[in-house]
Ligand binder design. Structure first.
Ligand SMILES: CC(C)(COP(=O)(O)OP(=O)(O)OC[C@H]1O[C@@H](n2cnc3c(N)ncnc32)[C@H](O)[C@@H]1OP(=O)(O)O)[C@@H](O)C(=O)NCCC(=O)NCCS
Length: 165
């Protein structure tokens, strides 16, 4: 099995990486990825809603091991990324970037005008990735996120990627 604790340590073989739509029986594994990676993971009901509302939900595997996922929805001529995570042991090797690019290509192919997302103010790592892919900061939602273990809340930065200027 791959051991990828050190950022940049491993050059992943593209052929070992697969991305497919996830199905209801994948919810368990997606939840375990998110529980390991994220501060306030979604509940099962969020994912069930995703199926109900026809969100685009993709699971990424490396050598058949599920390592990440992304959830996106269409909102008219715009699209929104609602969730993305890579399991911690596999972070820092280009998988998040690859998953995001996969979805950006799908969105572009549908003639959608812009793609949005929200990210925690403190999540500089994710913001760096979004900036690198052309997203710009377009607003702030004050006190949008819960902060685990405290009663405080954290701002969300709203970021957007425009396809046709
Ligand atoms: C955000 C996340 C999906 C990125 O996935 P990843 O596979 O680790 O990212 P990548 O290896 O593709 O890195 C892409 C870019 O992200 C940034 N990045 C990644 N790891 C970083 C680190 N440790 N420090 C700073 N920037 C980092 C860099 O810009 C990097 O590009 P570079 O390698 O050319 O410098 C992943 O860290 C994650 O699951 N985090 C927890 C959940 C989360 O925060 N989701 C986002 C919610 S909005």
């Amino acid at each position: 099995m791959l051991n990828a604790k050190t950022r940049g340590y491993l050059k992943l073989n593209s052929e070992a990486i697969a991305i497919r739509h996830f199905i209801p029986s994948d919810i368990e594994v997606v939840m375990s990825i998110e529980t390991a990676a994220a501060e306030t993971p979604w509940s099962r009901a969020h994912y069930e809603d995703g199926f109900k509302h026809h969100y685009e939900m993709y699971l990424m595997s490396v050598e058949d091991i599920p390592v990440g996922f992304i959830v996106m929805r269409w909102t008219g001529d715009q699209a929104e990324i609602l969730n993305i995570a890579i399991t911690p042991e596999y972070q820092g090797q280009g998988l998040g970037r690859r998953l995001l690019c996969y979805v950006i290509d799908i969105v572009k192919s549908k003639q959608v005008l812009s793609l949005f997302l929200e990210v925690r103010f403190s999540n500089k790592k994710a913001q760096k990735l979004y900036n690198a892919l052309g997203f710009n900061e377009i607003g702030v939602r004050p006190a949008y996120y819960e902060m685990r273990g405290t009663k405080k809340r954290e701002d969300a930065i709203v970021m957007g990627l425009e396809f046709y200027e």
